[in-house]
Design a protein around this ligand. Structure first.
Ligand code: CUA
Length: 339
């Protein structure tokens, strides 16, 4: 009985869940069909053309099936003279010439126009280069020449061509911000590049697009596109060393941080913490999320994370340090103060 009820529930839920899934796939801040840059605009246009061509071909195939069904009781072949003999010219035209022409045209357009528009130009011709390292499971972001290192949040100035150099610290990942450009794989031993630029300020979601282990789905990031002045201010702040803790609770948190091996995995610039395993925490308090967008950056979420990181994001590299509630409280105060 219970089984039957469950099956009924599942059936009732199927339609709204399916619709929600479709809605989630279209629109929102991660859609390739809402391009916000020249490169993604080219990709979207190509996609729409491919959709139109595919629909025409599909409609043609459906039409042929319909004709075959309507004529199922009549002898002979449809659409050919007298219905007796297969017309070789039709086969050559629809089976060989049209498919080859369409595919070659798509290849030429994609290869010589769209890919040219989406590829990062030589590093010397863009005003800015940033390095993004894919790691299980977060994004390390570096701004060469400035000392700024952050995680899971990329800031770039609006209408500026930024050369992203993508590498990996472990396995293959794929860097993808659908509204801004195509994806680029991060492959061990290689330095791949992709162009990042946006027409208007905003926040654009990116996602790892290559299965890289158990938390692949929770490897997301934001690209913040800012006005030049806002970006310059952000970069200056990000490049600076960490603030000293203010207040007794935050100071106790700093002591807890250095008393609990946190520094062997995390770096906080301006302190002895130089670990390179986890994200740089120098300005962690200023970020909008933690754990590669798995959680918002709030005191509650930070507490939950420190209490049991493996529960929040199973498989991640952060061990359960068995911290006391007092240690968690002061650590959160310290980390939140690192703006
Ligand atoms: Cu990184 Cu999937």
């Amino acid at each position: 009985m219970r089984m039957v009820r469950r099956t009924g529930d599942a059936a009732r839920l199927a339609v709204p869940l399916g619709l929600a899934l479709v809605a989630a796939g279209c629109g929102g801040s991660q859609s390739t069909l809402e391009p916000r840059s020249r490169a993604s605009d080219e990709i979207a246009t190509l996609w729409w053309w491919m959709l139109v061509i595919a629909c025409v071909v599909f409609a043609g195939a459906l039409g042929l099936i319909a004709i075959a069904w309507l004529r199922r009781r009549r002898p002979g072949l449809p659409l050919v003279e007298g219905g007796k003999k297969l017309n070789l010219r039709l086969v050559v035209l629809f089976g060989i010439l049209i498919p080859i022409t369409v595919n070659v045209a798509l290849f030429i357009v994609a290869n010589f126009f769209v890919i040219q528009q989406t590829e990062a130009p030589a590093a010397t011709t863009t005003p800015m280069t940033i390095q993004v390292v894919g790691r299980q499971w977060f994004w390390e972001v570096r701004y060469p020449g400035t000392g700024a290192v952050t995680a899971n949040e990329i800031h770039i100035p609006v209408r500026t061509r930024v050369n992203v150099v993508a590498t990996t610290g472990d396995v293959i990942h794929s860097f993808w911000v659908p509204q801004l450009n195509r994806k680029i794989d991060m492959i061990p031993g290689r330095r791949n590049r992709v162009l990042l630029s946006a027409d208007r300020p905003g926040r654009y979601r990116g996602q790892c697009a290559e299965f890289c282990g158990i938390e692949h789905a929770h490897m997301a990031m934001y690209v913040f596109v800012q006005t030049r002045a806002d970006f310059d201010r952000w970069l200056r702040g990000e490049a600076a060393a960490a603030q000293s803790p203010s207040g007794a609770t935050a100071r106790a948190g700093r002591n807890a941080f250095f008393g609990n091996q946190c520094a062997s995995c995390h770096a906080i610039r301006g302190t002895p913490a130089r670990g390179q395993v986890g994200p740089d925490l120098t300005h962690v308090g200023a970020r909008s999320s933690i754990a590669a967008l798995s959680l918002p950056n709030t005191a509650d979420a930070l507490r939950a994370w420190l209490r049991d990181p493996q529960h929040v994001k199973p498989g991640n590299r952060m061990p359960d340090l068995d911290l006391s509630e007092r240690e968690i409280r002061v650590l959160v105060a310290y980390l939140e103060g690192l703006k």
